[in-house]
Design a protein around this ligand. Structure first.
Ligand SMILES: C[S@@+](CC[C@H](N)C(=O)[O-])C[C@H]1O[C@@H](n2cnc3c(N)ncnc32)[C@H](O)[C@@H]1O
Length: 267
């Protein structure tokens, strides 16, 4: 799984239609997604202000929403979007072309780093790393620590628990009320988005690649339970401790709504 450069590109107009629909669908679950993206870009831009040509990874980039926004904000940066799903990467390449480098790789496997430069300056991620089992995520954090020199930055936007009840339950309520106020609860859900995408005849080749990949993932998971992908349910404190163990010297959230955080770790 995860050969670089095997992703079939989606024609621009089709890719753009599905990306807009993806962004609306994702906002249903992350009401302040655009603000979260802006905060992530603020942090990367400020942290790398003295680096002439920074290398920035977007881990679990999906169809490229964050990588594209980072490219607009920091045009001199070499942005590398990494994802395991060839269909989502095809949408990313269709939207943003080769201004950004797209890598088809599984973050659960240490081999993903073979496709990135030996030194990076930042890594970002949104709504993706909760899928990694705890041990795999700890390994990923250690790898990132090893790829960055002092001053390198890791920035993750994701739902992260705040601890135990009753505060945890209150954070959930805050998130739900915020979503209602933002008016995103009527947005399309992820399941109909995927069903409609798979039914688009313009994407037949990419859907076939996606299904072949999904079958391979299911077989791997059946053979190796440690690759099982589910919500790892880590709290922001647990993420912070893991990042400290991985060699990051300063770790703290810089933004939060309910359990939605932007967590920053400086190497
Ligand atoms: C909810 S989507 C978020 C995509 C994008 N970051 C965004 O915010 O729009 C989660 C992404 O994580 C990717 N992903 C999950 N597990 C992965 C893994 N083990 N390796 C690489 N990508 C993974 C999925 O393929 C999917 O694109």
């Amino acid at each position: 799984m995860g050969k670089t450069g095997t992703t079939a590109t989606v024609p621009g107009e089709t890719a753009s239609k599905w990306l807009r629909r993806w962004d609306a669908q994702q906002e249903r679950y992350v009401a302040d997604r655009e603000e979260r993206f802006a905060v992530l870009c603020d942090v990367v831009e400020a942290a790398l202000v003295d680096v002439a040509e920074p290398v920035v990874l977007d881990l679990g980039c999906g169809p490229g929403s964050l990588a594209g926004r980072l490219h607009e904000r920091i045009p001199a940066a070499k942005i590398i979007g990494i994802d395991a799903d060839p269909l989502l990467l095809g949408l990313a390449r269709g939207n943003y072309g080769d201004d950004i480098t797209w890598v088809n790789a599984d973050l659960n496997s240490p081999t993903w780093r073979q496709n990135v430069p030996a030194t990076i300056h930042a890594a970002v991620s949104t709504t993706a790393l909760h899928w990694l089992p705890v041990e795999r995520l700890a390994e990923l954090y250690r790898t990132l620590g090893g790829l960055m020199g002092p001053g390198g930055v890791f920035v993750d936007g994701d739902h992260m628990g705040v601890g135990t009840d009753p505060v945890s339950a209150l954070a959930k309520t805050v998130g739900e009320r915020r979503a209602a106020r933002a008016g995103v609860l009527a947005n399309e859900e992820w399941k109909p988005w995927w069903a409609a995408l798979k039914a688009d005849p313009a994407l037949a080749e990419q859907v076939e690649a996606h299904e072949a990949w999904a079958t391979e993932v299911s077989a791997t998971r059946a053979a190796d339970a440690s690759t099982h992908s589910g919500t790892n349910a880590l709290t922001v404190g647990e993420h912070s401790a893991m990042l400290t163990d991985a060699g990051f010297s300063s770790v703290a959230p810089v933004w939060q709504v309910g359990d939605d955080h932007v967590l920053v770790a400086v190497r």
